[in-house]
Design a protein around this ligand. Structure first.
Ligand SMILES: [Zn+2]
Ligand SMILES: [Zn+2]
Length: 736
């Protein structure tokens, strides 16, 4: 939000006063005229709230407010033009204009009312941006418009019924749509097996769909069918007979047809009815990509604006108006088709990389929005936990003022238990705010789990913050902060116990904000590998072989009886090697969640064997040997099963290690750590952290360390190194 040079009458802070913008009627090409009006929320004023991004502050033009010109960004002006009626006054709440940005106290007070402002709005209109149609319509033609053409898409009231069982034929039509709901429900009851069984993907989607009486919206269905026809028509636009405007409009329709199909539970593969390079298909994906690359999706602030309203939120993308829920559903459900389930996996694998990238880019922010909405409505969390959850979810979002990454979420915390009284305060510095919430989180959770992440050190505020305070900025690797959290709780390197609680304090003797923790030095890191990044130039087998060399564990020529000394009882070093490469964990997909979710478990001996088997299979393939493997039931493992073992091993390896390094310590521990790890860093266990930490000596002070990140050290992950009753080796260490 940026300051607009305008005189504001101060608002009365004590009667829920807000300002509303009255957008005066005008024809399309007229300049924007408005009036400001002060009202009290207590009087239930009628207004719509606008959700938009301020946009490039260099690109400004004047609008008229109360007869005087005020500078507004081109993006805001574009939004107002799309919202303006040629007949009626539109009453809107627009943050940058309705709040006096130059008055920190007013800002603090109004931001504190955001939740109420958005919840009380009749409608919330999200302006995503312009698609480019206006550039293709001559100005003389636009000059004739009272209002611009508008296209609406609707969200059908279908119901996707999650089922852990293959839908039975009874009660379902050939598209997997439920004909008779009661009959269908009865058919489900026949099953007693609670486990997940893969659906017969050739015949059915992964869930059953219930369509409303009267079917789907006719206008939309017609546009969907036309999109299919364009894909199948080999001659369609091959000679470029379409005008650029018509082509863009067709592509827009194609993009929304895909969203429509997906949100109604249809498979991704059924959206594509022609060749993968048909202009209709690729054009639709281009629009999808353009839509999702609009800055609205990357700003932290607008999240609450889309989530808070009680009613449907409408998205405006150029001349198209669509319920936000339609976009959200379609993207959120998408990974289920290509990632979790098998239904569209083959189709997905056949897509060119560029098309996969577009669809993934579309799935990410939409899924995130949907996920947050679901969590807020279904999970009851304490306020500080919810703040941590939301900050983790919005790590990739941007805010011009880093404090807004936090303040923009406060409106979403209003229904939580145990309020922390955290309020927007623009007189508090970014550093003090981030330290304050980090301390609240550690004290609340009695854990140092906020230290476990793969945060990029490139965040602009990282250099201002102590190493133990998260910047809540982007992370690297494919593990989400939640997955990291889930992986760390599988360990007990040094858990707090009721008689060994965390008493965290900040020390200011040598550094301004040192966090005092209890720790125990384990060993110094004496050798590291390069960071593990997936590259087509190195095969998985080569990677495993070079790690064997690094750890000096050669499964072919090495001593087969060598033992790893840090486990009790000592285990064969080849098993320790495999466990280190897995961080002793394997993944599984849980269908307890709407879209299927990856969960992690500790590796069993069988998992370790499978990992080693993968290496043997790859080795045999390389030297051209036939590796005959007899399964417990006496049958021989076929090539497909072997490929599965290899794929599983690889996936587990990447979950554990993407972007990270392996290390060895002076005493010979095998381990892995963040990619910033250097030789000379130290492995520690710290009270309150379930996994070891990699720490680095600070410039000054014997007991001062910088946090490098969390680590895996084989043989000390289950409390083996915890100081005993004699408290040997335990000491205070200061994280700076
Ligand atoms: Zn007040
Ligand atoms: Zn599918």
């Amino acid at each position: 939000m940026t300051q607009s040079a305008r005189k504001y009458e101060p608002l009365n802070h004590h009667d829920s006063s807000i300002r509303l913008l009255r957008l005066l009627p005008g024809r399309w090409i007229d300049s924007i005229h408005c009036e400001l009006q002060t009202v009290s929320l207590d009087d239930n004023p009628a207004y719509d709230a606008l959700s938009y991004v301020w946009g490039n502050p260099q690109k400004k033009a004047p609008i008229i407010i109360d007869r005087s010109p005020v500078e507004a960004t081109k993006n805001l002006i574009a939004a107002l033009r799309r919202l303006r009626s040629s007949i009626d006054v539109k009453v809107l709440w627009v943050d940058a204009i309705c709040i006096n940005q130059a008055d920190n106290n007013e800002k603090t007070h109004q931001i504190g009312m955001m939740a109420r402002i958005y919840k009380s709005a009749a409608d919330v209109q999200v302006f995503l941006g312009e698609s480019g149609v206006l550039d293709l319509i001559p100005e003389e033609e636009q000059a004739l418009w009272d209002e611009p053409p508008k296209l609406c898409w609707v969200r059908d009231v279908t119901m996707l019924i999650q089922t852990e069982h293959p839908p039975q034929k009874v009660g379902l039509d050939s598209r997997g749509v439920i004909i008779d709901y009661l009959e269908y429900v009865k058919s489900l009851k026949l099953h007693s097996d609670p486990g997940y069984e893969p659906v017969n993907v050739e015949k059915f989607p992964m869930w059953a769909i219930w369509e409303p009486e009267g079917g789907l919206d006719k206008t939309d269905q017609k546009r969907v069918d036309e999109f299919f026809a364009r894909q199948q028509d080999a001659a369609h636009d091959q000679i470029g007979e379409l005008s650029p405007l018509q082509r863009l409009r067709d592509n827009q329709a194609g993009a929304f047809a895909i969203m429509k199909m997906l949100s109604n539970g249809r498979c991704l593969k059924t959206c594509c009815r022609g060749p993968l390079d048909s202009p209709a298909w690729t054009g639709a994906l281009e629009v999808l990509e353009h839509l999702i690359s609009q800055p609205w999706w990357s700003r932290a602030w607008v999240l609450q604006e889309a989530i808070l309203p009680q009613r449907d939120v409408l998205a405006i993308y150029s001349e198209i108006t669509v319920p936000m829920g339609l976009i959200e559903d379609s993207g959120a459900i998408l990974p289920r088709h290509y990632e979790r389930g098998d239904c569209c996996k083959r189709f997905w694998n056949s897509l060119p990389q560029r098309q996969k990238g577009t669809l993934q880019a579309f799935a990410y922010p939409t899924g995130q929005l949907e996920g947050i909405r679901e969590t807020l409505s279904s999970l009851k969390m304490k306020e500080i936990e919810m703040l941590k959850y939301l900050l983790n979810k919005t790590r990739f979002k941007e805010a011009t003022d880093p404090r807004d990454k936090v303040y923009g979420l406060l409106g979403l915390l209003t229904n939580c238990d145990e309020p922390t009284n955290l309020t927007a305060d623009y007189n508090l510095s970014t550093k003090d705010l981030y330290i304050k919430i980090a301390m609240q989180m550690t004290n609340f959770s009695q854990s140092l789990s906020i230290l476990h992440h793969h945060e990029l050190p490139s965040s602009p505020i990282a250099s201002d913050l102590p190493s133990w305070v998260p910047c809540w900025g982007p992370t690297y690797g494919s593990l989400t902060p939640f997955q990291i959290g889930e992986r760390t709780v599988n360990f007990r390197a040094w858990p707090p116990s009721p008689d060994n609680m965390l008493h965290l304090a900040i020390d200011t003797t040598l550094y301004p904000d040192a966090l005092v923790v209890e720790g125990k030095f384990v060993s110094k890191i004496t050798a590291i590998t390069h960071s593990t990044t997936n590259s087509p130039n190195i095969s998985f087998l080569d990677r495993l072989n070079s790690l064997e060399t690094f750890f000096r564990v050669d499964h072919l020529t090495g001593n087969p009886f060598a033992l790893y000394p840090f486990t009790s009882p000592p285990e064969p070093i080849t098993a320790s090697f495999a466990r280190t490469l897995l961080s002793d964990q394997v993944f599984e997909i849980s269908y307890a969640f709407k879209s299927g979710q990856v969960v992690f478990e500790r590796a069993f001996p069988g998992d370790v064997q499978m990992f080693r088997l993968a290496q043997q299979i790859l080795h045999a393939q390389e030297v051209g040997q036939e590796l005959v493997l007899i399964l417990p039931d006496g049958t021989v493992m076929d090539d497909e099963a072997k490929a599965h073992v290899v794929r599983h091993a690889e996936e587990n390896f990447w979950y554990a290690n993407e972007g990270r390094v392996f290390f060895q310590t002076a005493e010979g521990h095998f381990g892995s750590g963040p990619r910033e790890t250097k030789v000379g860093d130290e492995a520690w266990i710290v009270l309150g952290s379930l996994v070891p930490l990699v720490l680095r000596r600070a410039a000054e002070g014997d007991d001062y360390r910088e946090l490098v990140g969390y680590g895996y050290v084989h043989g000390i992950m289950d409390g083996e190194a915890v100081p005993g009753a004699d408290r040997e080796g335990k000491r205070e260490v200061y994280l700076v």
